[in-house]
Design a protein around this ligand. Structure first.
Ligand SMILES: [Zn+2]
Length: 231
């Protein structure tokens, strides 16, 4: 390999190392951020499920009180009809029929509400289970970040120092073109496969490739600007 190409390769490897460490840190931070939000959402969902259960329970209590009151009224009316003490037989009879119908209606509603309580109880248990899971996920994500945070900083500092060192060894002639490749987030070193650039598939002039192989010159791909490797 041409010595200049070796110098470029050293910088590229140092940059890949820095990028990898930064990506690892970003990934750990992003995982924590996502886990915190997921935990918050799970708490909100659990709270909503709790409110839903309280609401249906309260409806059931109201319904029960109403049911008791009409059942009582029904029994009193029935007794008055049975012992002939009703002041007006026809009105009492209508009232009894009315009470029986209402009790029937409230009993049906009560069964629906009990069913609703069962469903809301199951939903609350599931929401609570999801919340516990989300809490554990957040704790694990925080621990993973905490465990790697300090070592990653040390590794990144070392990687940046190494990068600085190899950069100072890179002939200034390549500084701008290499920095431009990095700015465009391009691959700095490309292989030539069957006479074409492995990154962008542009044809490489045979003479260029030859000079690279002979270590006579450093050439870039006309398509992507990557430095051509001798293979
Ligand atoms: Zn290319």
């Amino acid at each position: 390999m041409h010595p200049d190409l070796a110098a470029i390769s050293n910088v590229w490897q140092a940059d890949v190392r820095v990028d990898t460490l930064r990506a690892e840190h970003e990934h750990l931070v992003a995982t924590v951020t996502t886990a915190i939000q997921a935990h918050k959402d799970a708490v909100a969902a659990r709270d909503a499920a709790k409110i839903a259960l309280d609401t249906v329970r309260s409806s059931e209590r109201v319904n029960n009180r109403e049911l008791d009151s009409y059942a009582q009224k029904r029994d009193v009316t029935k007794r008055m009809l049975d012992d002939g003490s009703a002041p007006n037989y026809a009105i009492a009879e209508r009232q009894l029929a009315n009470c029986i119908a209402l009790v029937d209606e409230l009993e049906t509603k009560g069964l629906d509400l009990l069913d609703g309580i069962d469903k809301a109880t199951v939903a609350l248990a599931e929401a609570e289970k999801a919340r516990v899971g989300a809490e554990a996920d957040e704790r694990a994500a925080r621990q993973a970040l905490a465990a790697r945070d300090a070592p990653l900083r040390v590794e990144l500092t070392a990687a940046l120092q190494a990068r600085e060192r190899v950069w100072s060894e890179l002939p200034p002639l390549y500084h701008d073109s290499y920095s431009e490749l990095r700015r465009r987030k391009r691959v700095a070193l490309v292989n030539v496969d069957d006479g074409s650039c492995s990154a962008c598939h542009m044809r490489v002039a045979p003479q260029k490739l030859n000079e690279v192989l002979m270590k006579k010159a450093v050439h870039t791909c006309v398509g992507c600007g990557g430095y051509l490797l001798p293979g």
